[in-house]
Design a protein around this ligand. Sequence first.
Ligand SMILES: Cc1cc2nc3c(=O)[nH]c(=O)nc-3n(C[C@H](O)[C@H](O)[C@H](O)COP(=O)(O)OP(=O)(O)OC[C@H]3O[C@@H](n4cnc5c(N)ncnc54)[C@H](O)[C@@H]3O)c2cc1C
Length: 439
Amino acid sequence: MANPLASMIDPKSLPPSLWADTVEEAPAAPPLENDMSCDLAVVGAGFTGLSAALHAARDGASVIVLEASEPGWGASGRNGGEVLPGLKLLPDEICDLMGKDVGEKLVAFAEGGPDLVFELIERYAIKCEATRSGWLRPAHTQGAEDGLKENLRQLVERGHAAEWLEAPDAAVQLGTDTWHGAILDHRGGTVQPFGYARGLCRAALEEGVRVCGNSPVSEVKRAGDAWQVTAPGGQVKAGKVLLATNAYTGFHCPGLNDRLARSIMPVTSFIVATEPLSDNLQKTILPQGQCFSDSRRFLLYGRKDAGGRLLLGGRGLMREPKRPEDFGHIEKALRQAYPMLADVKISHRWSGRLAVTPDYLPHVHEPEPGLLMALGYTGRGVALATALGGAMGTYAATGDRSHLPLPVTPITTIPFHGARALYAGALFTWYRALDALSN
Ligand SMILES: Cc1cc2nc3c(=O)[nH]c(=O)nc-3n(C[C@H](O)[C@H](O)[C@H](O)COP(=O)(O)OP(=O)(O)OC[C@H]3O[C@@H](n4cnc5c(N)ncnc54)[C@H](O)[C@@H]3O)c2cc1C
């Protein structure tokens, strides 16, 4: 069966972005050219797939990664590069949902994600402009402060390094008084995400992983007691397969069909970057180099890069952007938040797809023994996909499920998934109303 992603993933076209313009050279990842065999085949070379491959190799498995385009092509090479601890839901909400023991295990795992990211960066000397200056979470209205303060209480109760900044202090750190009070979580940081993805790829190669770029997988099927993964250059026979395609999932797998793709809501997020700011503006805006994401349901997130540009990201449209005007709402938000940037030019505009799950939690599936999947980071994937990918790699290599931070669940598809554009439109209107009301 033809790969339905063929029209979406053009191996020759790396999507334009600030990160693509400022990234270190790519490691060699030649396409698959022969039939091969291994313990673990990984489909998709984003943070999930690369971290899984790296960890599985470290645990003794032979690993081949197959990537439709080049490593980091998906969300991993285009995101905001904010390395954030935790999950979208509050720790207590997760415990209510999953039970205390299971919930606390997942919470502790997700809170530790940034530690793993910065450890890997140090261990493999990954060049990705890494900084660990903290993460600001400003309230978009006075009323939204209550929810953030409750979130902070739950973090501090669990011993995490976070504090409350009253509005005047938050304004100094953000460089604007657009927002109200804020959490300052000292564990957060930033990376050049494409550089981090390429660095993870290099690290995986160093650990003996074979990474095949330009190798779109068209089929995954059972072959005796192994799995057969087909790409244009050949077939890989593997004891286990990990599907790490997240919001770019969409290939043929008999028995699975499109169920995995229909278990998540693909959401497009847009980012704009200014041209480098003057020294004065750089000293005023985010002077300590923190990143931020605010309390809106459709949140605004931002940071500076190593070149002194300000980046701002937020919700996209229900389609890929086609022209600069499609980013108008993000540029307007940028100039509203930072009126002193009224005349600053935008140098880059880009987008990518992330995967949102109905319960806002990541999901791990194994519908048949040895057919593994991990996805659904709901916009928190820099740290979380690295961590969950790592856990999946260790599980694949050892067969020990205790390494997984959450239960393996059946794939649950979202009803009327084909009408997701309608859903998302209605949800957006509803969320915008709630955001406006929370004052
Ligand atoms: C614009 C944007 C901003 C974001 N900002 C942040 C942020 O600041 N902080 C944060 O924590 N998270 C952020 N995220 C989320 C984060 O980027 C993702 O959660 C994370 O990168 C997911 O990684 P992944 O490896 O699971 O998926 P991806 O990086 O999307 O990788 C999937 C890969 O699978 C490949 N693939 C698909 N089909 C096939 C096939 N048939 N054969 C072979 N390969 C295939 C694709 O080419 C792709 O490279 C953002 C996301 C976006 C889009």
